[in-house]
Design a protein around this ligand. Structure first.
Ligand code: NAP
Length: 688
């Protein structure tokens, strides 16, 4: 028998009292207890803010990303240990894969986001906002890490994924975390946190863990903290209304249960690939994790004419599911996490079956392979039937957090959508059809009630990640009953832990703060050509003013021949009536190419290559006789990682330099404005 410890204030500590008993899902054996009673939550949060927050906030996004990558690699090396413990939760190998490798994959995905953020501790968002006529006063938005702690209150069903998908995001933002795992499965979370702490990869204080009930933790949250909650809608609503959350405007991201739907299109009759895909997807959603998934399909909505066919095919597929100890041969569905949960699910099921009877599922006749049915938390798959989905509301109100789903008919697509909406907001739904019209109408009409929609058909199925998988790079969350939250979703998720602040001032002041050159800011005219300089030697605002070139008709003619672009406005002066042009106009790409000809220093130097264009606008037409010149200014620098053990560009110490290319004519007016990117070598002596 173990007594789990909490990791708080730099130590592993047990809570007071006997703690909550933790049971083996398959054998029902009492394994140990977990408690966090008696711990000083105020001091724990304060420790996170002070000890963990300060080093994280100083790190750049690149450093935080590399830290996460190292952590993900470290955890992946130890995954077998987690699989062994995950088996105690009743999970099959496939279920555990989602929790363990899905969770670690999420850390990798967040680590990769470093390439999309600046090499700074903060983020500069969007475009500069021009606020004055003469451009002496502009605005911009910056996001800096909040100076609090992320408090994550997690559900029992994903002890690892639930923690990693959240901490990866707050750590990327530079904010420490306190994870309150569910007391029912915290033994698995604790095993991983032990490894994380032992690794020394995170700064001390960046991660603390509570393994017990955490009751009272919200009393101590403050205005710089962020709370996330994953669990039932009922608990979520209660916690969201906590006085500390309301009084101090603490952001509270609520991820609650939802009654997700899968809809079969009218075209997807038996014999079509879509019919088979639909049956396969619904079966998988019912049995994966024994239905203990917030995204599981709870409502199966099919055309009235196909109800019988779907019921037959799904019943057949589900009845073949072998239930038992996942370590036994042939078992496809494990157990619920403990018998307490089994009782809860049975109670809900009994309630639901009063108005929507089961067409499949019988606990009495359940055969369990490799385990004792009376000791483990086993349940067979259940399929309920709601023949009047617009009148009988149970299926749209009750979540049965087990292998239970309800089948219901619809008469028109409009009605199907109406039925879906009765769930009052979901994390996800699937539309399975090969009819593009049905697909489009469903998505556009149902999107407002969903955080995610999967369009399933014979093409997407080849590589689809499935209805049930939230992805690190896409938003996870949903309106209404689903909690109204949004998490993950790539960069969006990270920004949730940062404060967005509008900054106003002269472009030079904005440049000074953001380290991104703003048009109108002071330029530093360079004596040495910037292409002769290494990455470190270039300064933000450093500007090359080039020689000039007078555009001739032969330029236009030659460029048309080289590029093959003989568009009438460049070639035919007689065709311009009714156009914005008063004569043959030079190609925009000629202007940009000529600009490169003017600013490039041809000799071999630190510039390795041209990396592309971020944005480009042709602002004013250039006619033969106009004289153009270029101001090339260093806008931003992003150092890149290198690896001497690799070949090619990857082994070269380097960074990306973004340049503003301002092409102007003889009147001084800008004719073209672009941001170009070059890859520039770093000095070897600066690289460790
Ligand atoms: P729950 O009973 O609502 O509990 C969720 C978490 O809140 C648990 O860690 C629980 O702690 C904690 N909690 C409850 N009262 C608290 C309080 N007063 N102060 C602090 N913490 C408190 O949900 P669950 O039974 O663990 O999980 C199953 C539910 O989660 C299902 O309804 C499922 O749909 C939902 N879920 C949603 C998502 C999503 O992303 N939307 C993901 C997974 C699960 P204890 O366990 O220690 O009581």
């Amino acid at each position: 028998m173990y007594q789990l410890n909490n990791y708080v204030q730099g130590q592993w500590l047990p809570g007071d009292g006997e703690g909550t008993p933790q049971y083996h899902a398959i054998t029902g054996e009492l394994m140990g207890t977990a408690s966090d009673k008696g711990l000083d939550f105020e001091a724990i949060l304060q420790y996170g803010r002070k000890v963990g927050g300060s080093p994280l906030r100083k790190m750049t996004f690149q450093e935080r990303g590399l830290m996460l990558k190292a952590l993900a690699l470290y955890l992946m090396d130890r995954k077998d240990k987690y699989y062994a413990i995950s088996a105690w939760t009743g999970a099959t190998r496939a279920d555990s894969w989602v929790d363990i490798e899905g969770g670690i994959g999420n850390v990798f995905a967040n680590a990769s986001l470093r390439r999309r953020f600046p090499n700074e501790p903060y983020f500069v968002e969007g475009e500069t906002i021009r606020l004055s006529k003469e451009n002496n006063f502009t605005g911009h938005h910056i996001l800096t890490p909040k100076k609090g702690v992320a408090v994550h209150i997690n559900a029992f069903n994903f002890p690892i994924w639930g923690m990693l998908e959240k901490i990866a995001v707050n750590l990327m933002a530079g904010v420490p975390a306190v994870v309150k795992a569910s007391e029912q499965t915290s033994y698995l979370t604790e095993a991983m946190v032990r490894d994380i702490i032992d690794s020394g990869i995170l700064p001390e204080g960046a991660l603390q863990l509570l393994v017990g009930q955490g009751r009272g933790i919200l009393d101590s949250v403050g205005p710089q903290d962020v709370v996330t909650f994953t669990g039932s809608a009922e608990t979520g609503r209660k916690l969201k209304a906590h006085p500390s959350i309301i009084d101090q405007s603490v952001p509270f991201n609520l991820e609650a249960d939802s009654l997700n739907a899968a809809i079969l299109g009218e075209d997807a009759v038996p014999g079509t690939p879509e019919f088979d895909l639909f049956i396969k997807e619904c079966r998988r959603e019912i049995i994966t994790k024994a239905g203990q998934k917030c995204t599981a399909v709870r409502r199966i909505i099919v055309p009235e004419s196909l109800l019988e066919a779907v019921q037959g095919a799904l019943t057949k597929a589900l009845s073949q599911t072998v239930v038992g100890d996942p370590s036994a041969e042939g078992v496809r569905m494990g157990a619920l996490i403990n018998r307490m949960q089994l009782d809860r699910v049975q109670q809900k099921l009994t309630e639901m079956m009063r108005s929507t009877p089961a067409v499949l599922g019988n606990l009495e006749t359940l055969e369990v392979v490799g385990a004792d049915k009376s000791k483990g938390a086993f349940l067979p798959p259940f399929l309920l039937l709601n023949e009047r989905p617009l009148e009988v509301m149970t299926s749209h109100e009750q979540e049965c957090f087990g292998p239970v789903s309800t089948l219901m008919p619809y008469r028109s697509l409009e009605e199907a959508i109406e039925i879906v909406h009765l769930g009052k907001g979901s994390l996800v739904s699937t539309i399975c059809t090969y009819d593009r019209q049905i697909q489009r109408e469903y998505v556009l009409e149902a999107a407002a009630w969903h955080g995610r929609i999967l369009m399933l058909n014979r093409h997407s199925a080849k590589e689809s990640t499935g209805h049930g998988s939230p992805l690190a790079t896409l938003v996870h969350g949903g309106p209404g009953r689903a909690g109204g939250g949004e998490e993950m979703g790539g960069m969006r998720g990270v920004l949730h832990y940062m404060q967005r602040t509008a900054i106003q001032g002269h472009p030079t002041d904005i440049t000074n703060v953001t380290h991104q050159f703003q048009v109108g800011a002071e330029q530093i005219e360079t004596q040495v050509h910037p292409f002769k300089k290494y990455f470190e030697e270039l300064q933000i605002g450093e500007t090359l003013v080039t020689a000039k070139h007078t555009v001739a008709e032969t330029d236009i003619h030659n460029f048309a021949n080289v590029s093959g672009d003989h568009f009438y406005a460049h070639m035919d002066a007689t065709s311009l009536e009714g156009t914005p042009f008063t004569g043959r106009v030079a190609h925009g790409y000629f202007i940009l190419s000529k600009a490169a000809g003017l600013f490039v220093d041809a000799k071999k130097g630190p510039v390795l290559l041209n990396y592309g264009l971020d944005e480009c606008r042709f602002i004013k037409p250039v006619y033969p006789g106009s004289t153009i010149g270029v101001k090339l200014t260093v806008k931003e620098k992003v150092a890149q990682e290198h690896d001497f053990s690799r070949e090619g560009v990857a082994a070269i110490p380097r960074g990306i330099v973004k340049w503003v290319v301002d092409v102007y004519d003889e009147t001084g007016e800008t004719v073209a404005l672009a941001t170009i990117l070059t890859m520039v070598r770093r000095k070897l002596e600066d690289v460790q």
